[in-house]
Ligand binder design. Structure first.
Ligand code: BG6
Length: 473
């Protein structure tokens, strides 16, 4: 469907920008913060740095928020570091951690920027990880307590909340992202992973219910990574593979967060492998009782698969990263999509897939949609005069915003757009060389240089988008 005219973006549309605590803050063990699973990492892909200083946002947040204000952001999506607030995950609260986020939220509010707060973005407290992490049901209690503390402390100032960021990627690509820990048992990790998945779903359900009980005016939703899955050909078995992988990668997580039940195709996949999670009395009731107010999702690209003709009992090979997919015996194997260009880091660029993803999510769930990540990772260059010419990022964002407007014209209710990332930060596994921000941070992998901030061309361009409440002419 190619419209001659597109509907405008709604009034009050949340033009936003995203970050996550461990990727931007630095100060990993400062002012009482405990280590998280990310700080336990000793190995990083060659040539990439750790997260100790990151973008030094912890010390420079006032300057950063001033820049966000200048850019015109209506909202800012960030995550709270669980181990900054509760250093060991379930013990004493760290007052300096609370103070940091109180100051950050206050600073945002003073610039008229709506905070959108993610409870948990990959950085499980190390102390909980050492006690079994998400394999241990006690982590569910710890998460609910942590969520309640945040609702209590910040509920007066924060209306929009997100549960768990990319739970699906932690399950499918935890090794690439660095959330599985380096000491896990590789014999058959999947049974345990799907047990962890079940526990995370219960934890998120408890957080949804706690928010609705404590702050009836506030809103919360899940934030998985959704990549619509295409079939490599029109062969029925390839279509079936795409349908199965859509269920395993995407709908399992949203069906649970919205309808409070396991997706049937994904459940059949778990049963066929013997990976169904152990449940306790009351689990299914709890899951069914929790309600999402909106669906937030991260979108970088679509995915293309073809049928895998092996038996499902063969061993699954190790996965690629979030957008590169994995081959799954008896289900699907990833295929290149020859119709799509790729970023410098090999991720396909698919704006039409963005529109299809909107439509599919909307038709399945009929809840308002909030894009919590979308963006282009690229190695930017800081020029001698302090400019950064990232026209490629503008092209990426422009075409995705256009596709989003087409989806709005298709009838999809979209409440906001929060590109990744508001400011440069450290990628999950490609260091700071893979930059996403509107604001350049002067550092490279191992040389921290000045850490000064510079406005990229995309900064000025996004400023005009926000001013115009849509793409400028
Ligand atoms: C998402 C994550 O997977 O994609 C972010 O929620 C991440 O934390 C982003 O940074 C981009 O991925 P990457 O691997 O390029 O950092």
């Amino acid at each position: 469907m190619k419209y001659s005219q597109l509907d405008p973006f709604p009034e009050g549309f949340l033009w936003s920008g995203s970050t996550s605590a461990y990727q931007v803050e630095g100060a990993t063990l400062e002012d009482g913060k405990g280590p998280s699973v990310v700080d336990l990492r000793t190995q990083f892909p060659e040539g990439t740095s750790d997260y100790k200083v990151a973008s030094d946002h912890y010390h420079r947040f006032r300057e950063d928020v001033a820049l966000f204000g200048e850019m015109g952001l209506k909202a800012y999506r960030f995550s709270v570091s669980w181990s900054r607030v509760i250093p060991d995950g379930d013990g004493e609260v760290n007052p300096q951690g609370i103070e940091f986020y109180r100051n950050l939220i206050g600073e945002l509010r003073s610039k008229g920027i709506e905070p959108i707060v993610t409870l948990y973005h990959f950085d499980l407290p190390a102390a909980l990880h050492e006690r079994g992490g998400w394999s241990n049901r006690e982590t569910i209690d710890a998460f609910e307590r942590y969520a309640r503390i945040l609702f209590e402390e910040f509920g007066g100032e924060v209306k929009y909340w997100l549960g768990i960021n990319e739970q699906n990627m932690m399950i499918l690509h935890g090794d690439a992202i660095g959330t599985s820990g380096e000491d896990h048992d590789d014999s058959d990790p999947h049974k345990d992973l799907y047990q962890q998945n079940h526990h995370m779903m219960l934890a998120q359900a408890r957080a949804f219910n706690a928010l609705h009980e404590m702050l009836p005016e506030a809103k919360i939703g899940p934030a998985p990574n959704i990549a619509i899955v295409y079939a490599a050909t029109s062969k029925p078995e390839d279509m079936l593979a795409a349908d199965s992988y859509n269920a395993i990668r995407n709908w399992l997580y949203l069906d649970m967060a919205v309808h409070g039940r396991y997706n049937s195709t994904a459940w059949a996949y778990l049963r066929a492998h013997g990976w169904e999670p152990k449940m306790e009395d009351g689990d299914l009731e709890l899951l069914a009782s929790a309600k999402a107010d909106y669906v937030a999702f991260n979108y970088y690209s679509s995915m293309t698969v073809q049928a895998d003709h092996r038996s499902m009992t063969e061993t699954k090979s190790s996965a690629g990263d979030q957008q590169l997919g994995a081959s799954d015996p008896g289900v699907q194997e990833p295929a290149d999509n020859p119709n799509l260009e790729k970023t410098a880091f090999g991720w396909e660029i698919d704006t039409v897939g963005f529109r299809i993803t909107f439509r599919q999510i909307w038709e399945r769930y009929h809840l308002p949609l909030l894009v919590t990540e979308n963006g282009l990772g690229a190695p930017d260059t800081l020029e001698a005069d302090g400019s950064v010419h990232d026209g490629y990022r503008i092209d990426y964002l422009r075409s995705h915003i256009h596709a989003m407007q087409e989806a709005i014209t298709d009838g999809v209710e979209v409440m906001g757009y929060s590109p990744w990332s508001a400011i440069d930060l450290i990628s999950t596994h490609s260091g700071v060389t893979k930059r996403y921000g509107f604001i350049y941070v002067d550092r490279d992998e191992f040389d921290l240089r000045t850490l000064d901030r510079f406005k990229k061309d995309s900064f000025y361009w996004y400023q005009r988008v926000i001013e115009a409440n849509g793409l400028p002419d």
